[in-house]
Write a protein that binds this ligand. Structure first.
Ligand code: ADP
Ligand code: MG
Length: 261
């Protein structure tokens, strides 16, 4: 029987995924035998040391690279089909805005990039800028914005077309702690507003635990799953929760696992 893929399938599913790179005649196993499944609407954080394959995992889901072996499904489809249907939004660590375009024109950029289905989506560029807290900044150029504001523009752009999946590769890694905290809270707000499934890469234990409903912990060399941890913190979360003993104990447990990664 043919399953109704998009209704019943997990948002993201990896089965035995391995990725090997050839570099300078040396073979690097970036990911080895990765399997996990993510329900629609979940916020998953991906935590692990540098070089454990976090970015590679995101690129495999986004159809930027193909796995050497194993199977990836995004909303029950091949990643390529999901990408063509514009089901996937991607936010990178460094803001990838075009310097000569205003904030709103940067958000609209995907409308002008060919390939794939026509852009749908209930929220226009202006509404998305408001959603990320940048109402009134539509005409500003990237150089007139702070690092945190530029990342907000990148998030608004990734949300154009209502993607069901949002992939974020250390999006706040280059920001100061205060800005990062604020954006963490705003991202949780956006997640609740949009219902998007989020896969968020970080190497911060606190960020992983604060944001994620689940934390996928990866070990390095080769990159493999160390543990999937469910985070049972009360919802909705607020930054003050990080001062509680409960959160401290949780962070301590994650740190102990990370030391074996
Ligand atoms: P992370 O994001 O967790 O820091 P990456 O996914 O960037 O890790 O990299 C995992 C491993 O794969 C590293 O050893 C890295 O050097 C290697 N790697 C990543 N991309 C390439 C590539 N395009 N060519 C060769 N090696 C790569
Ligand atoms: Mg990386």
């Amino acid at each position: 029987m043919q399953p109704a893929a998009t209704l019943t399938a997990p948002a993201i599913e990896l089965n035995g995924v391995s990725v090997r790179f050839m570099s300078e005649r040396r073979e690097v196993t970036a990911l080895e035998d990765i399997s996990f499944s993510l329900d629609t609407g979940t916020f998953l954080t991906l935590l692990g040391p540098s070089g454990c394959g976090k970015s590679t995992l995101l690129r495999v889901v986004a159809d930027i690279i193909a796995p050497t072996s194993g199977r990836v499904r995004v909303l029950g489809q091949a990643p390529r089909d999901a990408r063509r249907r514009r089901e996937i939004g991607f936010v990178f660590q460094d803001s990838t805005l075009l310097p000569w375009r205003s904030a709103i024109d940067n958000v609209r950029l995907p409308l002008q990039v060919g390939g794939g289905s026509p852009m749908r989506g209930s929220r226009g560029a202006e509404e998305l800028l408001a959603l990320v807290g940048l109402a009134g900044w539509e005409k500003a150029l990237p150089r007139e914005l702070s690092g945190g504001m530029r990342q907000r523009v990148s998030i608004a752009r990734a949300l154009l077309g209502d993607p069901k999946i949002l992939l974020m590769d250390e999006p706040f890694g280059a920001l100061d702690e205060i800005t990062r905290d604020r954006l963490n809270d705003e991202l949780l707000h956006i997640w609740r507003e949009t219902g998007t499934t989020i896969l968020f890469v970080t190497h911060s234990i606190h960020e992983a635990a604060y944001l994620g409903q689940q934390v996928l912990m990866l070990a390095a060399a080769p990159g493999r799953v160390r543990r999937m941890v469910t985070i049972d913190l009360p919802e909705p979360r607020h930054l003050a929760i990080r001062d509680t003993a409960e959160f401290g104990a949780l962070a301590g447990r994650l740190r102990a696992v990370l030391e074996t990664c």
